[in-house]
Design a protein around this ligand. Structure first.
Ligand code: MGD
Ligand code: MGD
Ligand code: SF4
Ligand code: MO
Length: 720
């Protein structure tokens, strides 16, 4: 039976009259935290952190605590529906699961026959632990087109990690780094991917030195030893400047460099093009600060870099990510205790294998949209979304006729939102699986009711690189909702893929676990399983790269025809690149800094969480606000060359007055019009997605560097 070691479970149950408790694993974000779900008469009554969980040690965030308000929300979709009016009319009728899945299967088979399987695009947004099943159904169908956020989120970290040192290097908080660089990341708020804020805070309490690289004075920046307040979009230049200091002052790990790296000499030559004086000009960071940070990082052992998505949502994302890894590498912190560990997952069927990438025929792989242009992305099965919109709108290079979006709201989350909207209006058939009728779902033909994490059995954290897997256990059933895994398993049988799937999804969980010789019924009684922990593995077998070395000059990028060495690239719109645009749009716009209660477009209808953030907020420096005639709390217009939106101004110090920062992912579920106000405050109306402005290898678009103007709404009489 499941053990409750440190929790007060019995007392809680007695005092509050709960009649049951289930250990599970939250997934209101990317997941990770162990929880105790207390129930009363079959309903969730309270959610608490599980002190026995090695990931969160009993802590939880506001989203996890509010999960029951999501599960029982009155607006939740609890049965499948079919649209009966024109797109966007908001007219729907209830249908059965059989009708819904049969209709979707019929379209998939029809388009496959008429236009080829590549005309059917499956899609998801950020990691909701359904990627393995989505890739499996697409690959078995023969469609190379799975639309994700991977081109500008996590995909770059993973792919550059694999080509540089074999996997994604993860901070080893367990062994207390003595110096941490927090680089373009707010770990204590976002708890993203492998990380939770709690161990980071504990490491600081243990006395770790802290360097923060962020244009904004965040909470961690306020307690940092060194804060590098860079111009958005200049991260690789800053990292190259630090590498320059470390190399020229001979602060690097000579043994590591001599024995375990590839490309040292050309790398040093490239780094020498970035002396601190030049880097100061590019980044706006004073050269003395660059030197101070470089020396502190290189001379304090062990040290680690906690990095985030801000450096990936740039046209230089591959070199940003790689430059950070080079800092970890040449200081000897890779796979070192308290440094940047290359963890191993337990011996299970991994996400890639489950995703059946081997099933995709070579000639279908070659048809991946944008694959010839964004070659690194394509190698990791990642698409550039703009290529999908083009294939729908212009039918180039071939028509995309059907979208099946499972956990994504691209009308709000993808750049150039008006174009996304046009594509979704035009696509011939669209199915969506979601909890609510979002602005994206409103454009679908069929919408399926998805289960929340409280309503499913699953192997949590199965895709992560921190070495743990944890059981998520079904606690409740809401309406006819089903997990994405179950619905796709069922759909797969209807499109002729029966031999690759299972009678029930529990059998798929058994399959994932089978290399360890256990089944789901065994695993669900455990707290977690951890892979073997071993440091400095490269000293025995080298790194899992083409050269078996840590690649400072990438043989993979070189073969693909890219520059194998890192460089700085100006953002496509910037004071340096487009001075004329900068005259008219004199602010650099950061978008998407995460507020604690929302997860992208999610939770705006959850009472506890909407209370935390009532309106969309744009942060502006008081000097800039005074210049523009803006008062704290005013509704303002933010305008770029692509369009305008309205948000509320918050006057904040601690940033360069030339920078403003607007929240992303806003829509208004309380607005009952079928558009739900999708274009009112949606910052992605301002962001751009021209292919030539993106990272050449990964296709990442720029979400932190657009140029904008900002002025009081009253000055212009509202939106046109
Ligand atoms: N301007 C700007 N835009 C950004 C960003 C930014 O910083 N700035 N960040 C980007 C990043 S990093 C990312 S990852 C993307 C995220 O983009 P998306 O993942 O598209 O984010 P959401 O809009 O939250 O879409 C998730 C939808 O799926 C539903 N959902 C949640 N869980 C499940 C589930 O388990 N099953 C099903 N079927 N549905 C579920 C939710 O109700 C919601 O409607 O946004 C990006 N957009
Ligand atoms: N509550 C909540 N948590 C989330 C999410 C959410 O929507 N809500 N989304 C999840 C997802 S999918 C992701 S990807 C993560 C992202 O989470 P993070 O990686 O933390 O990303 P952001 O919040 O976009 O930005 C982090 C910091 O980068 C700074 N920044 C902006 N531009 C630049 C730049 O050019 N260079 C540098 N060095 N810094 C810059 C910002 O000022 C900000 O303080 O969060 C995840 N967790
Ligand atoms: S950090 Fe994520 S997994 Fe942890 S409680 Fe919050 S939403 Fe749940
Ligand atoms: Mo993300």
């Amino acid at each position: 039976m499941t053990e409750f070691r440190y929790s007060n479970v019995e007392k809680e149950m007695e005092v509050y009259g709960y009649d049951g408790v289930v250990k599970s694993h939250c997934r209101m974000c990317h997941g990770g935290c162990g929880v105790l779900v207390y129930t009363k008469k079959g309903k969730v009554a309270k959610i608490a952190g599980d002190p026995d969980c090695p990931i969160n040690h009993g802590t939880l965030c506001s989203k996890g605590l509010a999960s029951a308000q999501l599960a029982y929300h009155p607006d939740r979709l609890t049965y499948p529906v079919r649209r009966i009016g024109p797109k966007g009319s908001g007219k729907w009728e209830r249908i059965s699961w059989d009708q819904a899945l049969d209709a979707i299967a019929e379209r998939i088979l029809e388009y496959k026959e008429k236009y080829g399987p590549e005309s059917v695009v499956f899609g998801y947004g950020t990691g909701r632990e359904n990627e393995a099943v989505i890739y499996r159904i697409a690959n078995c169908l023969g469609s190379p087109n799975v639309l994700t956020a991977g081109h500008f989120c996590y995909g770059p970290r993973l792919s550059t990690g694999i080509i540089t040192c074999g996997t994604n290097p993860v901070v080893d908080y367990e062994n207390f780094p003595k110096c941490i660089i927090l680089w373009g990341n707010n770990v204590t708020i976002v708890n993203a991917d492998e990380y939770k804020g709690e161990p980071f805070s504990v490491a600081l309490d243990h006395g770790a030195k802290l360097i923060v690289v962020d244009p904004r004075l965040t909470r961690p920046a306020a307690r940092a030893d060194v804060w590098l307040q860079l111009r958005p979009g200049t991260d690789a230049a800053l990292a190259l400047g630090m590498l320059n200091v470390i190399i020229n002052e001979k602060l690097y790990d000579k043994e590591f460099v001599e024995n375990y790296t590839h490309g040292w000499e050309p790398f040093v030559k490239r780094v020498n093009e970035y002396p601190p004086e030049r880097v100061e000009e590019i980044t706006w960071v004073p050269k003395e600060k660059i030197k101070e940070a470089a020396r502190l990082f290189a001379t304090t052992k062990p040290a680690a870099i906690q990095w985030g998505v801000a450096i990936e949502q740039q046209n230089n994302c591959v070199d940003n990510d790689r430059s950070l890894m080079f800092l970890m590498g040449i200081t000897g912190n890779i796979d070192a205790p308290g440094g940047q560990a290359l963890y191993r997952t337990p011996d299970i069927v991994n996400v890639g294998h489950f995703g059946a990438h081997g099933m995709l025929p070579k000639d279908q792989f070659a048809k991946r949209l944008g694959g010839e242009r964004f070659r690194l992305a394509s190698r990791f099965a990642i698409l550039q979304p703009k290529c999908v919109w083009d294939a729908i709108i212009e039918e180039k290079p071939y028509p995309v006729k059907m979208l099946f979006l499972i956990s994504s709201n691209p009308v709000i989350t993808r750049p150039n939102a008006r174009e996304v909207y046009r594509a979704l209006e035009k696509v011939e058939f669209m199915a969506v699986a979601d909890f609510f009728m979002t602005p994206t779902a409103e454009l679908a033909d069929i919408v399926l009711p998805a289960a929340t994490w409280l309503e499913m059995d699953y192997i949590g954290d199965f895709w992560k690189r921190h070495g743990y897997i944890l059981p998520r256990r079904k606690v409740i059933q809401v309406g006819e909702c089903r997990s994405d895994h179950e619905m796709l398993n069922d759909l797969a049988h209807r499109i002729g893929q029966g031999q690759y799937w299972w009678d029930t999804f529990e059998q798929a969980l058994d399959y994932i676990l089978h290399p360890m010789g256990i089944k789901w019924k065994d695993f669900k009684k455990m707290n977690y399983i951890r892979g073997p922990v071993k440091y400095y593995k490269y000293k025995e077998g080298g790194f899992s790269t083409a050269t078996r070395k840590f690649e400072l000059s990438s043989t993979v990028l070189e073969k693909m025809g890219y520059d194998p060495l890192p460089q700085h690239r100006e953002p496509p719109e910037s004071p340096v690149n487009t001075p004329d645009v900068y005259k008219e749009y004199p602010y650099i716009l950061i978008t998407g800094v995460r507020p604690p209660g929302f997860f992208h477009t999610e939770n705006r209808q959850i009472p506890w969480l909407r209370e935390l953030h009532r309106d969309p907020i744009v942060e502006i420096h008081p000097d800039a606000a005074a210049k523009e005639g803006i008062q704290d709390g005013d509704w303002v217009i933010i305008e770029s060359r692509r369009g305008k939106v309205r948000q509320r101004a918050k006057l904040v110090l601690g940033r360069d007055p030339r920078i403003v920062s607007a929240q992303h992912a806003w829509w208004f579920p309380e607005n009952k019009d079928p558009g739900h106000g999708w274009d009112e405050s949606n910052v992605n109306i301002l962001t751009e997605d021209a292919l030539e402005g993106m990272d050449p290898a990964m296709g990442a678009s720029n979400l932190k560097t657009a140029l904008c103007r900002i002025y009081p709404e009253s000055r212009q009489g509202g939106l046109p």
